[in-house]
Design a binder for this molecule. Sequence first.
Ligand SMILES: C[S@@+](CC[C@H](N)C(=O)[O-])C[C@H]1O[C@@H](n2cnc3c(N)ncnc32)[C@H](O)[C@@H]1O
Length: 501
Amino acid sequence: MTGTPPELKPTRELAEQLGGVLRGARYNTGGLMVALGGEITTSKLKAPVQDRRLGDEHLAQLARLFLLGVPVETETARRALVPADLDELTEAGLLHQEGGTVKGAIRVTPYAGLLLAHDSDSAEHLHSDIVTGVNQAAKTLASLTPREEVSTALDIGTGNGLQALLAAVHVDHVVATDVNVRALGFTELSATLSGLTNIEVRAGSLYEPVQGERFDLVVCNPPYVISPDTRFVYRDGGMRGDDMTKLVLTQMPEHLNEGGLAQMLGNWVHAEHEQWSAPAKRWLEGSGCDVLLLHHASVDPLNYAETWIKAAAATEPKDFPEALDRWTDHFAELGIERVASGAVTLRRRSAATNWAAELEMPRAPVAAAGDHVLRLLDAQDLLRDGGDEVLARQVFAPLAGHRIERVSVYSDEGYGEEASQLIPQGDAGMEVGVDDLALALMRRLDGERTLTEVEAGLASEIGAEPGTLLEAVLAAARSLYERGLMLRISDPGPPDDEPAT
Ligand SMILES: C[S@@+](CC[C@H](N)C(=O)[O-])C[C@H]1O[C@@H](n2cnc3c(N)ncnc32)[C@H](O)[C@@H]1O
């Protein structure tokens, strides 16, 4: 591990030139996948393989510099970077020249149409203020964030700027904060490389840089890992137990505009026989926000330590047992029995009676799942305010692009249906089994008829009176709706003969 990380000091003009070079050469997910034969990976062992797979074209040289970090002959690199000047880029800390070759001093990862600048994760760059690339947690938060067009957003602990940049596409003005000033340099560089001009960076811890300010959207992927270490700023919040998650969460409501949404990831401690959601619910009581908790998993201290020690990729195998002991001793000292990981959505509705709901999210979300999160909020609002009567008069449509996966097992009696799952396109990582009635209901939703009318149709198909199946249909509909698997079109209101309350 070296003590001195590269200092980034490109002028805006130089960063714009580099952005133009990268975008012009199709340095994006599609272009790089073609150049690399299908797989974009930056792992250390893969880089030499990928290097040999690349040709000599313009994009290949840029990929060597900024994706793989392998050396490129100086004059070749100079030509590939024009109009950006190789020596200026070196001086600005973006390249490293040695002998007759040049290497990228930073990495640039394409993601969702953006270019994200960050440190390399190779051993010599594992300094405490390393700014990491696009990892699974970052992708999870990015997927779950609702993407409504609003005026202001805040990204706490912005790192390479991923969440801030994604927000900048649908929000007028984004404030990105980090305690690590190197992260702010990377965020500014990422924004310029991606051609975005509506991101303001501010240095400081958590909400310090935005005291007294409120936003329409707040996102945060905090350094939530519970650990005895203070080795990496991005990972170890330096607080006791789950205080980092608690602090971020409990201060969020006061930075949200009325109706504003916040999305964060976190880890929190719970007792072995306690419901995983209980601590987070306690923290947010009386917050003026509706709370949606999505649970990924709860694990014991040994599993937790293993996951995070390995994830840092900084522990030699010979040091691993010692690190495990250090971490698990620390957890024992704090009396930690289980650690939950998950996502929390807040929506500020201070005049309302707020609700708190919990759902399981065993898988990582797929693609853009922000709409799924919005449907989960809509369902809680409606189902908590009204009972079956209100549900029965709603109009629903199936989700565009959803799929149904069915598992059938063969026996002497032929194929027996074992399980069916309904999976939306862009889902929040839920595995939702559906039974035959739910499938029958889904097939008949048309975005025009109320559930009462759909049930009447279903009943008549089997020669029964309307209403015969209503209880079962409403139970199936409730289960699909509260998991965000049907789209509510409208609420036609109470029937004419029923006075509105
Ligand atoms: C897990 S990384 C997330 C980075 C990025 N937002 C993402 O989603 O990939 C956590 C970030 O929080 C920053 N951080 C750590 N402690 C902080 C604090 N007290 N206040 C603000 N940011 C902090 C780290 O520097 C790091 O950039």
